[in-house]
Design a protein around this ligand. Structure first.
Ligand code: NAP
Length: 310
């Protein structure tokens, strides 16, 4: 049996990943979309979430691909209407609203899943397994990309709650919180805000590790040319490099796990996991990547940098 699912927020990630992943899934049938603009060919569309929920009581699951700020109202409406909910990353605009959604889902007896697609990258589990029995000396995240290439025309990323460079940076933090055997917490940060924008274009983060390992991250949206999404770790028994956003893994300089295509398999895995959660009636709301982002905004020094224009 396949669950009927509705997809809300038909933008870049919905079209690139969610629609094809649902089409390829035996667990879900795309029964409706919710978007104020163009929907998906051949699929019933509603401009409004409440209208969709009222018109389609047969739809059991709602997957939300909106930007973080409008997501809460959609999720709350879906839960109130007794539907299971799947959330794009980050699961909300604030931690408190994510906790509220989880409590609402528990009370309503529905499932909720805060997805972290980068955790599904091909080599993340291998990196986690390799690190599991080693003593970490240092770990450095380098996430350098060109915002003009990856987010053309997306104004919401520059608005309050849009996260700026933490929109991709939280993907690195979702991997960090998955692969480290012991959790770290933020100890300091510098956030670089273009003088004409509300969210940072770059950030440097330093973390405290319980055994004193040096753990840091550099996020920068001003990188032209080659793009880097790497995590390098040094341990008492060798070094590891997780590259291409978690797709590839090298140990002591030798490639051990390799995947050609960025994002390949990530979204199909998220929908497989959602199906598992629905079968067991579970809730999966791991907010640990978002805690680091919230802490960076709480603790970070603010630097003003050159204005950003598209
Ligand atoms: P996008 O292209 O801007 O699409 C977002 C969609 O949400 C819009 O098409 C819009 O559709 C809808 N929406 C509803 N209310 C909105 C509002 N108040 N402001 C703006 N849009 C609103 O964004 P995206 O890149 O798909 O990203 C959406 C989410 O997916 C983000 O949380 C992002 O972090 C995550 N994500 C993106 C990527 C990526 O490669 N782009 C990768 C992984 C995850 P209507 O106006 O038609 O309703």
């Amino acid at each position: 049996m396949a669950w009927k699912i509705a997809l809300a927020g038909i933008g870049k990630i919905a079209r690139d990943q969610h629609v094809p992943s649902i089409a390829a899934s035996r667990d879900f049938d795309l029964a409706a979309t919710v978007t104020r603009h163009e929907g998906v060919d051949g699929v019933e569309n509603h401009a409004d979430i409440e209208a969709m929920l009222a018109a389609r009581p047969d739809i059991e699951v709602v997957s939300l691909c909106l930007p973080p700020v409008p997501r809460f109202e959609y999720a709350a409406a879906a839960i109130k209407a007794g539907r299971h909910v799947m959330l794009e990353k980050p699961p909300g605009a604030t931690l408190a609203e994510c906790h509220a959604l989880e409590a609402m889902a528990r009370n309503a007896g529905v499932s909720i899943y805060a997805t972290w697609h980068s955790r599904e990258a091909a080599s993340v589990e291998a990196a986690r397994n390799w690190l599991a029995d080693k003593r970490l000396k240092s770990l450095k995240i380098t996430w350098l990309e060109d915002v003009r290439r990856w987010h053309p025309g997306q104004e919401w990323i520059w608005e309050p709650g849009g996260l700026g460079v933490f929109d991709p940076g939280i993907n690195a933090l979702s991997i960090l919180t998955r692969i480290l055997p012991t959790p770290v917490h933020l100890a300091g940060a510098t956030l670089k805000f273009p003088e004409n924008r509300q969210t940072p274009i770059a950030a440097d983060l330093a973390f405290r590790h319980p055994d004193g390992a040096e753990v840091s991250a550099v996020f920068d949206w001003r990188k032209e040319g080659d793009q880097f999404w790497n995590i390098e770790a040094e341990t008492d028994r060798g070094t590891m490099e997780l590259s291409d956003g978690g797709a590839n893994l090298s140990i002591d300089g030798a490639m051990v796990e390799a995947s050609d295509v960025a994002l390949e398999g990530e979204y199909p895995n998220l929908y497989m996991r959602m199906a598992e959660i629905l079968r067991t009636g579970g809730i999966d709301m791991d907010l640990s990547p978002m805690v680091h982002v919230a802490d960076a905004f709480l603790l970070g020094k603010r630097e003003i940098v050159a204005p950003f224009h598209e």
